[in-house]
Design a protein around this ligand. Sequence first.
Ligand SMILES: Cc1cc2nc3c(=O)[nH]c(=O)nc-3n(C[C@H](O)[C@H](O)[C@H](O)COP(=O)(O)OP(=O)(O)OC[C@H]3O[C@@H](n4cnc5c(N)ncnc54)[C@H](O)[C@@H]3O)c2cc1C
Length: 419
Amino acid sequence: MSTTASAAHVVVVGGGVIGLSCAFSLRQAGAEVTVLDRGVCGQATSLGNGGWITPSLSAPLAAPGVIRQALRWMLDPKSPLLVRPRLDRAFLAWLLRFARNTTPARYEAGARAVLALNEPTLRLFDAFRDAGVDFEMHESGLVFVALDDAHVAEEWELLSQLATLGYPGRLELLDSRAARVLEPALSGAVAGGVYAGEERHVQPQTLTAGLLRWLGEAGVEIRDGVSVEGMSATGGGWRLRTSTGPVDADRVVVAAGIWSRGLLEGLGARVPLEAAKGYSVTVPMRGGGPRHALMLQEAKVGVSPFHGSLRLSGTLEFAGEDLRLDPRRIAAIVEAAGRYLEGFSGNEGTPWAGLRQLLPDALPIIGRVPGAPGVFVATGHGMLGITLAPATADALTPLVLEDRMVAALEPLAVDRRYA
Ligand SMILES: Cc1cc2nc3c(=O)[nH]c(=O)nc-3n(C[C@H](O)[C@H](O)[C@H](O)COP(=O)(O)OP(=O)(O)OC[C@H]3O[C@@H](n4cnc5c(N)ncnc54)[C@H](O)[C@@H]3O)c2cc1C
């Protein structure tokens, strides 16, 4: 590298929660930072999601038994999973690889990798706040609730197993009475649940807005409306081709969400990144409503209470990069919430859809881009991009600025075996 760490100019491509968190960490470490976003920072997948900070969800989606469950769901048009049939060889290969990751050994290794990355997560959210990033964060925990005893027992077993793999949080098994004492908004249909008391959630839009404000005040250059179309090495650095002219950098971090795939391909790195659409509905609330984040187990719907609104989120839809809103999916989410929440009707809700990014082993890719020294990537966070954003940035910064690899990044390398 031709420059010292503190003087390095790092260009971050993509101003979602991952790119903005990387910019925060890099700036704190003394780098000169520019963030380029082809749209408006914070307005893509990082906008309408559930905002959960949940290390208790570190178990990868590619879990033993998930294929059997998925096949059952595919027969139900209201289910939380949809796979649109596509004659796309890359997608079929992705599905096959995903299936190969559902062995107990790969699942456990994946859970350990995400737990290790998540280890500093809560401290790093505190550090955002301590540094002066202003955002809405709730520390009331997450309650997994179910309508039948079998689902309560299944979740308790899964979380207890995660605890044996290293999940450090406090867990409490709740019968139906205890669940309703803890969360009076639950309906009488709820059979019980599990309380993960240390989990948190944020209003995600306030987090990206808070980071943007902090970055602006810290001298980071933020440029909306600049699309990066490719990049080439210049001998010691990189020249980015953008829609508004070339931009030079000592180092580059690609944090462009699902769209990172094309940028990586341009550098000769083919990664099996697949888009998984999810929906949310945000309902205005004038008092009342749940106080805790809730996972509605059978429906796989997340509930996030914010100041003045309630957000329901869910669905995993494999339909390419299609962001259209499917009214049946949205209705299914709202209907499901009505079964678990007393007197709930989400009729006035605002729907939204976003694209999660998923690798076949359901682990993120964070690290060097092979064959492109000085270019790094951080994407593939699936359901956990908000949770893992500060930990991703914290682990990646020493690699970008000092060429120092932290252990948590080893299983997340771009050139790992995806199975
Ligand atoms: C319904 C739903 C609910 C979710 N709930 C949660 C949750 O509760 N907790 C959690 O942890 N995670 C959750 N997630 C996942 C989380 O939202 C994502 O993992 C996270 O937002 C991804 O952030 P990102 O910065 O990688 O991508 P994005 O937010 O998509 O940002 C990528 C940015 O890159 C820019 N870009 C793309 N291409 C280029 C280019 N060529 N040049 C310049 N800029 C470019 C885009 O404009 C965009 O702003 C949820 C996701 C969905 C869909």
